[in-house]
Design a protein around this ligand. Structure first.
Ligand code: F0G
Length: 462
C-alpha cells in the first residue's frame, strides 16, 4: 500500500535565500536509494551516501526508479495544475515533476531559480534545411543560466544542501560551471570550478566569474581535469557536481517529462541531442524507461545522439557494434567547445539508452555544425555551436534514410545563442578557423556593412 514517506529533516548549513514555504512532503512509497548501474553488481546504497561510483565494483551509480503513490492520470493532472501555482517548487519546471525525482524526500533543501519551463519552438526553415517536413526545437537555452545544465544543477545543489556540504566543485566546458556557480551562490554554498585553459567561451567564463565561483584555469583537457577534480573532491570533502553525480541526471530527466507534458503525452518519433560527456542522453533514456514502465507513455521515441567529428568516441564505438573496449579520443578537437570531450564518463549508460530506444549515433563536421547553427539562427531561434550539432546530425540522418522526412522530430537545443558570440561573429565574417587551421566557409554569412554617416549612401545600399 503506497504511503507518504518523510525522510528525517536535516537543518541546512546555509539558509536557502528564497522565500520557501512548506508545501508538504513529497509523496513516495519508499525512500529512494542509490543503485550501481553495472548489471552484474546492482549493489544498493543509502541515498545520503557521498559516493559517485560504486565502492564495490567502480560502476556508475543511479537513483532508484520512482515508486509512485498516484496513477499516471492523477499525476499528469497534478503536474498540469501546478503550472498555475505561485509556489517556487511548482513554478520550477523540474520540481513540478518531483514525484518522478523522489530522492530528496523533503523540499526544504530545494534550491531553485525557476529552471525548466523551456519552450517547444517550430522551425519551418530549419526543417527544410534538414530535409524534414517539420521540426520542433526544445530550447534549453531559455533556462536561467542559458543551458540544460540548470535542470540537473537544481537537483545536485539541493542534494548538496541536504548533505550539508559547504563546497561544491565541477570541471566544465563552460555550461556546467556557469550553472553550478549560480545555484551554489544562490544557496550560499562555495562554488569551485575547473576549466580547460583557453578552451571555453567567454560568455560561459564570464557567468562563472559573475556568479562568484573560485575559478581555476588548468592547462589540461576536460577529461584530464575530471580525473584531477575527482581526486581533489574525495580528499578535501568537496561535493562533486559533474554529471557523474546521479542527482544531476535525475534533474535532467525532467526535460523529457516536460516535452511529453507539453505535447499532451504524444510521443514523438525521434528526440535528437548533442553528445559530449553523455549525461544528457543517459538522463533522457532513464526518464523514458521509467515513464514507459510506470504507464505514462505507451512507446518510446528513438534517441539520436550527435557528436562533433573529432570528439566522437561514442559514435565510433557504436559504429563498431557497441561492444568490446570503449576507446577514448586522447586529443579531442572541435570549435563546439561544449562537446569537446574524448572520454565521456557516462558511456555505459548512454549505450543502454541508445540500445533500449533503438537509437542511433551520428557525427557532424565543423562545417556542418557551423552551417546548421546559422540556419537555426535564420529560423529566428539561435543556439550555441554544440546545440547545432542536432540539426547537422538530423540533416545527415534524413539524407541517409534513417529519419523519414515525415517523422515527428524533437531537436534539443542545449544552450543559448549568446553563450559564444565570438564564434558567431567569426562565422559571419569569414574568420572562423577550424582546429586543423582551415577556415570554415561562411555559407550563410551575414557581414556587418561599414557605412559613412550619410543617408544617401545608406539608402543606396537598402
Ligand atoms: N550541449 C551543451 C551546450 C553542453 O554544454 C554540453 C555539455 C553538451 C551539449 C553535451 O551534454 O555532456 O550531457 O553529453 N557540457 C558540459 C559542461 C560537459 O561542462 O558544460 P552531455
Amino acid at each position: 500500500m503506497p504511503r507518504a514517506h518523510v525522510l528525517p529533516h536535516v537543518t541546512v548549513a546555509h539558509p536557502v535565500p528564497f522565500n520557501h514555504q512548506k508545501y508538504g512532503i513529497i509523496e513516495v512509497s519508499m525512500p529512494s536509494h542509490l543503485v550501481c548501474f553495472n548489471p552484474s553488481c546492482r549493489a544498493t546504497y543509502p541515498i545520503t551516501e557521498v559516493i559517485y561510483t560504486c565502492p564495490k565494483c567502480g560502476g556508475l551509480l543511479e537513483a532508484a526508479a520512482p515508486e509512485l503513490a498516484q496513477t499516471p492520470a492523477q499525476l499528469k493532472k497534478i503536474w498540469r495544475e501546478r503550472r498555475m501555482n505561485n509556489a517556487p517548487i511548482d513554478q520550477s519546471g523540474v520540481w513540478r515533476y518531483r514525484e518522478f525525482i523522489n530522492f530528496l524526500g523533503d523540499e526544504s533543501h530545494i534550491v531553485t531559480l525557476r529552471e525548466g519551463n523551456t519552450p517547444l519552438l517550430s522551425g519551418p526553415k530549419a526543417a527544410k534545411y534538414a530535409g524534414l517536413n517539420h521540426v520542433v526545437f526544445k530550447h534549453q537555452g531559455f533556462n536561467p543560466t542559458g543551458s540544460f545544465k540548470d535542470n540537473g544543477m537544481t537537483c545536485g545543489a539541493s542534494q548538496a544542501m541536504r548533505l550539508k556540504m559547504r563546497r561544491v566543485a565541477c570541471v566544465s566546458t563552460g555550461n556546467t560551471s556557469a550553472s553550478m556557480a549560480a545555484y551554489a551562490s544562490a544557496a550560499g554554498l562555495d562554488p569551485i570550478i575547473f576549466i580547460p585553459n583557453g578552451n571555453i567561451s567567454y560568455g560561459k567564463l564570464a557567468q562563472a566569474l559573475e556568479f562568484g565561483a573560485k575559478t581555476f584555469q588548468v592547462d589540461a583537457n576536460f577529461d584530464q581535469i575530471l580525473a584531477l577534480v575527482r581526486t581533489l573532491a574525495g580528499k578535501l570533502g568537496i561535493y562533486l557536481l559533474n554529471s557523474i553525480n546521479p542527482f544531476r541526471i535525475e534533474g535532467q530527466k525532467t526535460i523529457m517529462l516536460e516535452i511529453m507534458d507539453q505535447r499532451d503525452w504524444k510521443v514523438p518519433d525521434w528526440v535528437v541531442l548533442p553528445g559530449g560527456n553523455l549525461g544528457n542522453v543517459s538522463a533522457f533514456g532513464k526518464a523514458l524507461r521509467e515513464m514507459k514502465a510506470l504507464g505514462f507513455i505507451d512507446k518510446m521515441p528513438r534517441l539520436a545522439v550527435v557528436q562533433a567529428e573529432h570528439s566522437a568516441p561514442f559514435y565510433h564505438y557504436m559504429k563498431h557494434g557497441g561492444s568490446g573496449e570503449f576507446a577514448s579520443v586522447t586529443k579531442p578537437e572541435t570549435l563546439a567547445t561544449a562537446i569537446k570531450i574524448g572520454d565521456p564518463v557516462s558511456w555505459p549508460k548512454a549505450l543502454l539508452e541508445i540500445t533500449t530506444t533503438n537509437g542511433v549515433v551520428e557525427m557532424a563536421t565543423e562545417q556542418e555544425i557551423a552551417d546548421a547553427k546559422a540556419q537555426i539562427g535564420l529560423a529566428g531561434i539561435g543556439c550555441e555551436p554544440a546545440s547545432a550539432a542536432t540539426l547537422a546530425g538530423i540533416k545527415k540522418l534524413v539524407a541517409a534514410g534513417v529519419i523519414d522526412k515525415t517523422a515527428d522530430v524533437i531537436a534539443v537545443l542545449t544552450g543559448n545563442v549568446l553563450k559564444d558570440p565570438d564564434y558567431i561573429y567569426k562565422y559571419h565574417t569569414g574568420k572562423l578557423e577550424a582546429p586543423d587551421g582551415s577556415f570554415i566557409r561562411s555559407t550563410y554569412g551575414n557581414q556587418p556593412i561599414e557605412v559613412p554617416n550619410d543617408p544617401d549612401k545608406i539608402a543606396a545600399l537598402l
